[in-house]
Design a protein around this ligand. Structure first.
Ligand SMILES: [Zn+2]
Length: 217
């Protein structure tokens, strides 16, 4: 089966995670920066009403509507148990956090991302989408360099079976508070989905989403 890196290109909606009372499991995270933090029970968010079935928050978490969740379930996809998000008061909201407990090993080849201020211990955070800055005067627009990511053949079977994985590499920078071992901010991994999950996501929400095929070597 083919796999794809999921990207949300639309305007982010709402906030989620560290700043909204979410509790994180730090067992498998980096001691220095906190990359690898996992939502412990439930993702807490701040959200105004939206009619979207699929969107990303400003903090980089992907949320899906109850309807899209039902479609994923109906398609019998292997996505473990997704949980509904809550607001800061702890009230359950009609959205699910699209996530997984399955993290792939470092990619064999990755390009289209630049690395800046990466944590020297885990070397997992500090990835950013790379762009070629355009020139307004010459009418050259800024371009995002396409992401190319390749894994060893068979790795999805070894780390699965699953229709959804997190990448080892994480976008943005992580930062951990030294005082209480808490997390200030952690970089989110890329979401890698199977062709089957891609079809369900595309059928519901073609707008604002993009998929780059994962290469195998
Ligand atoms: Zn680190």
């Amino acid at each position: 089966m083919d796999y794809f890196v999921f990207s949300y290109l639309g305007k982010p909606i709402g906030g989620s995670g560290e700043n909204y009372g979410t509790v994180y499991d730090m067992k498998e995270s980096c001691d220095r920066c906190g990359t690898g933090a996992k939502v412990k029970d439930v993702l807490k968010i701040k959200l105004k009403q939206t009619s979207k079935d699929l969107f990303e928050t400003v903090d980089g978490d992907i949320l899906i509507s109850q309807d899209l969740y039902r479609r994923i379930n109906d398609a019998n996809l292997d996505v473990e148990s997704l949980t509904k998000v809550r607001n800061q008061k702890g009230e359950v909201l009609p959205f699910y956090h699209l996530k997984t407990n399955r993290t792939l090993p470092p990619a064999n080849i990755i390009s289209g991302l630049k690395i800046e201020d990466q944590c020297p211990v885990c070397m997992r955070d500090g990835y950013f989408h790379d762009v070629i800055i355009g020139n307004l005067e010459k009418d050259i627009s800024t371009k995002v360099i396409p992401l190319i990511i390749r894994y060893q053949k068979g790795i999805m079977d070894n780390y699965g079976p699953s229709d959804i994985f997190f990448s080892w590499e994480c976008l943005g920078l992580s930062s951990r508070s030294k005082d209480n071992g808490g997390i200030i901010r952690y970089a989110r991994p890329l979401l890698i989905v199977s062709e089957r999950l891609k079809s369900v996501l595309e059928n519901t929400s073609k707008k604002d989403i993009e998929f780059q095929k994962v290469g195998l070597i």
